[in-house]
Design a binder for this molecule. Sequence first.
Ligand SMILES: Cc1cc2nc3c(=O)[nH]c(=O)nc-3n(C[C@H](O)[C@H](O)[C@H](O)COP(=O)(O)OP(=O)(O)OC[C@H]3O[C@@H](n4cnc5c(N)ncnc54)[C@H](O)[C@@H]3O)c2cc1C
Length: 318
Amino acid sequence: MLLTDSPVSVARWTAGALRDLRHLAAELSLRTARDEPLARHTSMGVGGPCPLMVWPRRTEHVRRLTRFMGLRGLGWRILGGGSNLLVSDRGITEVILHTGELVDGNRVDTGCAVFAAGTPTARALRSTVDAGLDGLVWSTGLPGTIGGAAAGNAGCWGSDMAHSVAALEVVAGDGAAHRFEGSDLGWTYRTLRFPQELAPPVTIVAVIVATSEGDPAELRSRYEQLQRTKRERQPVGARNSGCIFRNPEGHPGAGQLIEVSGCKGLRIGDAQVSSRHANFVVNRGAATAGQVLDLIDLVGTRVRDCTGVDLQPEIRQW
Ligand SMILES: Cc1cc2nc3c(=O)[nH]c(=O)nc-3n(C[C@H](O)[C@H](O)[C@H](O)COP(=O)(O)OP(=O)(O)OC[C@H]3O[C@@H](n4cnc5c(N)ncnc54)[C@H](O)[C@@H]3O)c2cc1C
């Protein structure tokens, strides 16, 4: 029978491709989950299901899965720690490659440290501090994975991944593996761009961080100081996705603009603008992505009306 693009045959075709992908994952002994709610995998704790989640453990797994999905016309997205994401309540139609088990092969040396992309950034940081090496101390308090941090050029305390990444190992959307020096990549505020010829979506499989020898006592004290400050300034104990808006250029920070616009504590359902840090939206318990989005819209409108500044979201929306 000829395949047409009627919804029924497309659905059957996709169901067949998903079944075959599960078989491939089983052959590679990979963990999978069907209709997995993304709320379980995001720090905000919201988000509907994806049809299939797969946990590759090695670069070769990413290459095999990627090639297969490309050939069978399946779309996919990459999920790290889920700490910079707002996923819709309806969920998504793509397969998720979860990097949570892509954690082997880490090596920490003077000059450079190699981390598999799913390594929690906090763990990567601690291993460098324990070895008396500088390079990641600025990332103190940054949740999520080192791959996710590189993918979004995460930054705080005056630095960002652009300044730490010596090189990235990636798998392109066609399954080909590449290595790029940090200086050959397009880093801008909270954004990383790969060379255009690379087939998307690109999975970062390893992050090579530039390290230098430091004074172990000084590194540890800087790390502990930053930890304390982060705890004081950010909401603790409530689910959130970090800063919602980017800091606009040439203006006070987004948090300050939100505060002067009278939005601190503003609430829609269980989504609330944090009373500790106005650029954070917290999930008070049973917030939905819809409530979070409505609140973000409302805050954006109030800030525009009050200050004339058009805030742009920092959080990624799926
Ligand atoms: C309490 C709190 C504080 C925060 N503070 C900061 C801060 O100070 N500075 C800051 O910049 N951010 C901050 N964030 C946001 C977030 O933690 C960072 O952006 C983090 O680096 C995201 O990593 P992740 O693994 O959670 O990425 P995810 O949320 O899983 O993914 C984010 C994006 O990166 C992509 N991605 C993830 N992994 C990969 C990969 N291996 N290859 C390719 N693409 C990938 C995803 O597809 C998605 O588009 C904070 C968040 C929270 C909850």
